[in-house]
Design a protein around this ligand. Structure first.
Ligand SMILES: *Cc1c(COP(=O)(O)O)cnc(C)c1O
Length: 360
């Protein structure tokens, strides 16, 4: 065999998504992919239906209308926004544009899988920095930086831990990075935090910070693949050079625009999430399953050890509940549970209680 891919590619493990079916069990509830249990709002669905009439037309390639809507709703400069097929594509653009052979890409111990995948795909060297009790540690990241560091990825709130790093810490990190490095703040869950701009303010204060956001979580559009990034004008200019002109369909653009302008659906989804997250965390705590205070739309339930987490996962599956094992994220004793609607939260709490009772 003389056909070999670029170095690093074969180090990427094939991605395994959250399961959505259980053989032999109907009435399955999927709480494994941090999806909005209510789906998109009516305005987004109407935009989707309407878009069917223009499927023969090429989409806008500059995304001007969607960028203007995002800029409007978030109070940002639309010229510094880039839209992609999920925020995954923005993460990929950043690695392709700024990291190559011999360069290092930093992410943290329990960090999101895409950072490592995109770094390897770009031929760069992934560097994993340890966290402190499931929280990103800025000091350790600064210690790991050197003249080869090109990108530092942090999700804030983080997935799968649900924890956050404070704004002052992030400002200190941005100020302490080597000159050739860019800080990327992944705000996939930023909308779930009250009065949080996802660090857009830090992006505006500095020339080495980029923020990524998504329509996949709060806006309930994971299936449609829309995300965006906000950064310094010259960085956005660089990313636009490697972006395919028609990377988003007009359907994606129109639905995203309707979704971001639907403040009511966003507020409803956020409010239910906050209420049910507190309820579920307390219910699990009461039966001896603690979790860190989560700032996102899931909680990371901690069990005594790996064996108990695996047994509980099996018990949940037998009862039609799919949650996420996170051993691959260095958390073998944990299960990540997406906050569903009220019935789902009650069912998952009830089932874990029955599991605990069985083991007594
Ligand atoms: C879900 C998630 C995303 C979103 O990815 P999309 O490609 O926009 O669907 C990004 N970052 C993190 C940390 C996530 O959990």
């Amino acid at each position: 065999m003389t056909l070999t891919p670029q170095p690093g590619i074969l180090d990427i493990e094939l991605y395994k998504g959250g399961q959505s079916q259980l053989p032999g069990v109907d009435d399955v509830i999927k709480l494994s992919s941090n999806e909005n249990p209510f789906g998109p709002g009516d305005l987004a669905k109407e935009a989707f239906a309407k878009s069917v009439h223009q499927l023969h037309r090429y989409p806008s390639s500059d995304h001007a209308a969607l960028r203007a809507a995002i800029a409007d709703v978030h109070g940002l400069d639309g010229e510094r926004i880039i839209c992609g097929s999920g925020s995954d594509e923005i993460i990929n653009f950043l690695c392709q544009a700024y990291a190559g052979a011999g360069d290092e890409v930093i992410y943290t111990e329990h960090g999101f899988a895409m950072y490592r995948i995109c770094a390897l795909a770009a031929g760069a060297t992934p560097v994993e920095v340890s966290e402190r009790e499931r929280v990103v540690d800025v000091e350790r990241i600064l210690e790991a930086c050197n003249e080869r560091t090109r990108l530092v990825f942090i999700a804030n709130p983080a997935n799968p831990t649900g924890t956050m790093v404070g704004g002052n810490e992030l400002a200190r990190l941005a100020a302490g990075l080597p000159d050739q490095a860019l800080l990327v703040l992944d705000g996939a869950y930023a909308e779930y935090v009250d009065n949080f701009d996802g660090c857009a303010g830090l992006v505006e204060q500095r020339d080495n910070v980029v923020m990524t956001r998504t329509f996949s979580k709060l806006h309930g559009l994971g299936g449609l693949r829309i995300g965006w990034g906000y950064g310094p004008a010259d960085v956005i200019n660089v990313l636009n050079r490697i972006r395919a002109p028609f990377n988003l369909s007009q359907t994606q653009l129109d639905v995203a625009e309707a979704a971001i302008r639907d403040a009511d659906h966003a507020a409803f989804s956020r409010k239910e999430n906050t209420r049910l997250r507190a309820w579920l965390a307390a219910a699990l705590m009461k039966i001896g399953v603690p979790s860190d205070t989560s700032c996102a739309n899931f909680i990371l339930a901690r069990f005594a050890d790996r064996a108990e987490a695996e047994a509980c996962d099996g018990y949940l599956k037998k009862n039609g509940l799919i949650v996420r094992r996170v051993a691959g994220y260095g958390l073998p004793n944990c299960l990540r549970i997406t906050i569903g609607d009220e019935a789902s939260c009650r069912r998952v709490a009830h089932t874990i209680a029955a599991f605990k009772e069985d083991r007594k």
